[in-house]
Ligand binder design. Sequence first.
Ligand code: UGA
Length: 441
Amino acid sequence: MKVTVFGIGYVGLVQAAVLAEVGHDVLCIDVDANKVENLKKGIIPIFEPGLTPLVMQNYEAGRLKFSTNAEEGVNHGVMQFIAVGTPPDEDGSADLKYVTAVARTIAQFMNDHKVVIDKSTVPVGTADRVRAVMTETLKTRGLDISFDVVSNPEFLKEGAAVSDCMRPERIVVGTDNEEVVELLRELYEPFNRNHDRMILMDIRSAELTKYAANCMLATKISFMNEISNLAERLGADIEKVRMGIGSDPRIGYHFIYPGCGYGGSCFPKDVQALIRTAESIGYTPRLLKAVEDVNDSQKTKLPAFIKRHFGDDLQGKTFALWGLSFKPNTDDMREASSRVLMETLWQAGASVQAFDPEAMDEAQRIYGHRTDLKLMGTKEAALQGADGLVICTEWKNFRAPDFDVIKNALKEPVIFDGRNLYDPERVSKRGFVYYAIGRGA
Ligand code: UGA
């Protein structure tokens, strides 16, 4: 099938590459000429396991194309995906200007029936807005061409985006038109073979499903972080509690890892956007507000531990930091806990020596101007002469370090672990003071 994808961001690029991989003819359109030229040369704008070869193979096979020419994009496919960003605007609501701009473009150039598919995370009611913008634009052209608007939210995780997209747990389709369902069945047939993963519903429910999913996961995390704060004060170990409750299948082991707060481009933004949506219709979302509140304060936990240990004035101190990205297997630092940590340490007069397996370029881009941040080539180099070690991201190669190397490199054997990577007893036996989340520090 011929498919057009507007927006070569995370969701758009992964979705496009995966659709091309199963044989569809996919044309990606983006306003960023530089990005498009780079993609043609095999330069992928994001780090995502498995994505580069997938894009390159399909580009070389001619199934995946890139262009800035919107008209060409509109003429290419019956299926027109909107996968552009929905960044938070000033009050935290999702800003739909890119989504509506694409809708206008499609209506400006279309000459026959189109199925417009919202892939971006968009507030409830966006499909109606897309429809209104398109109808309006078609009217100014004096045309009355039919089109459908479908909500088909994406549930991929950064770091596992390709496999999530190749083997989706569910394909949520919100539409009011039975015929469109058949088209989408055909499009997704390769991913839907063994059992039917398509969940059909009305458009508004599909739009809300996306927010509900992310907010539920964020709620699980904030709940665990709240319990970890209790565990810490009650002399209990949150890791034992986690295993104790996870064994109940109604609770499950997923997404109950306490830590130094959730980050990324989705949870913080989506929780906030749903809060704004609720408030805009006169409903006070008490639980969602608490989820956000707990997360904001959880991000200040590591700096608070550090101040508890060293005092409020950190002038002249240097901290080794392992992990800059908001989670492992990505170079994404959006809303990462490491940023709150570093900014608080800098404010208190300390400097940071940081290492991350993938996010060094990103850190350079954001904080390259800072003289109180040194980006180090290895995790061992980051330790040299530092007053303590802080861990913000649970990258695999931080899990079994040589503790003697750490001890010898640090001025003082103290670890502030925001991801509970080590056994507190064992680390203490090796002579460290060990601060972790919800483990009685
Ligand atoms: C999230 C969702 O998991 C995806 O299903 C969704 O499609 C995506 O948002 C999106 O809307 O695009 P992502 O932001 O890539 O995916 O990352 P997650 O793996 O969900 O992690 C988010 C944050 O939660 C990370 O900072 C992670 O460290 C934290 N987390 C996760 C915890 O603190 N504890 C946990 O138990 C799990």
